[in-house]
Design a protein around this ligand. Sequence first.
Ligand SMILES: Cc1cc2nc3c(=O)[nH]c(=O)nc-3n(C[C@H](O)[C@H](O)[C@H](O)COP(=O)(O)OP(=O)(O)OC[C@H]3O[C@@H](n4cnc5c(N)ncnc54)[C@H](O)[C@@H]3O)c2cc1C
Length: 412
Amino acid sequence: MTTTTRTHDIVIVGGGSGGIALAASLLRRQANLDIAIIEPSDQHYYQPAWTLVGAGEFDVASSVKTMHAVMPNPVKWIKSAVTSFAPDESTLSCENGEVVQYQQLIVAAGLTLLWDAIPGLVETLGKNGVTSNYRADLAPYTWECVQATRSGTALFTQPMVPIKCAGAPQKALYLSAAHWQKKGILGNIHIEFHNAGGALFSVPDFIPNLQAQMASYSAQVNLGSTLVAVDGVAKKAWFESKDADGNVQRVEKSFDMLHVVPPQKPHRFIKEGPLANADGWVEVDNATLQHPRFANVFGLGDCMSAPNSKTAAAIRKQVVILAENLLALRAGKPMPMKYDGYSACPITVGHHKLILAEFGYNGVLMPTFGKDPTPPRAIGWYMKKYLFPWLYWNLMLKGREWFARPKKPAVK
Ligand SMILES: Cc1cc2nc3c(=O)[nH]c(=O)nc-3n(C[C@H](O)[C@H](O)[C@H](O)COP(=O)(O)OP(=O)(O)OC[C@H]3O[C@@H](n4cnc5c(N)ncnc54)[C@H](O)[C@@H]3O)c2cc1C
């Protein structure tokens, strides 16, 4: 393979939510920047919609646009995948043989979904009542399964965090249960939530209301219970949990519907490279999002190490911090902004009922609307279904930062 070298001032790895939004935000500040995005995919997804697709509330076609359509002008799109980084030389290598040199690098490559980590899962996904809202092609099948299930057992799983949108596994449960309730068949369906983690949600303030929602659907919550194998044809799933003495118990469950959220890990090209921390995520300073060892490198979104909850809502705020800090760095000035860990998880607990969980580092509540954010509200449902998708395509991906800027710069 021939190797060529090209140079750009700013190189962004990944044309997902973070990469496109950041490029647009940088260009709004400085239109003449030379920016390249390296992205292998032809498609760009608005993933938060897939929860609603799985509930028959959103057309999956409206969750996807071509990469070409969202690529900000005049960004250069390098249609390839990054394979390795050489930060000492400020270069990276791509699958197509190109070596790209940069002045500043932002890694925004998302994370890997480990579908094949659960034996039997890949063979049965999309049939036998086994589904997942974590893929655009499968989310419509979730809705088919929900409609087809009229009695029996429905299982919903969540792997260990970190995962993207840690509320999404239980959103699938609530919306399915709400449909069965509406149809008057909820009493015929036994629902179980199997969460590999030890709590229903990472922020304790939201747990009582989430538990109340589970109880309202008579859903059985199993914490510390990990999906380890599936046999779709036999309609059986196996779970492992540890008792207090550390003994592992394996439990077999029959199901009529199984909604799976796969384990999630850093991409291998990041984990095995020089930018990773010990866990494999792009290492960043939690406040500035700058790499601690390579000053001209930043991390953004799901692929980086800051301990925020991994959501597009978090990225909306990170983009402002990063754009300001990156341009200050280029101008030889101190970086002016600090990220407070803001993230938001709109938890659809039923039809027209949503808990808008907004919080920062250490679970500090950060409600936008100044009220107690923990109970479900109808207004949140309409925001999730209509406002947020519009805001994503028309504001966030266009570099319009309405409501995204921190209230005041954290440092002068
Ligand atoms: C079912 C579901 C529900 C969700 N619900 C919500 C919600 O309600 N609210 C919310 O805010 N968020 C939600 N999220 C999370 C949100 O969608 C993600 O956090 C966000 O999209 C992550 O953006 P990103 O840019 O980090 O990664 P992505 O948007 O995943 O983009 C990563 C990009 O990097 C590219 N890439 C991968 N490898 C390479 C490589 N080697 N070289 C170059 N490019 C590469 C990929 O092709 C991809 O385009 C949800 C997600 C899911 C799946």
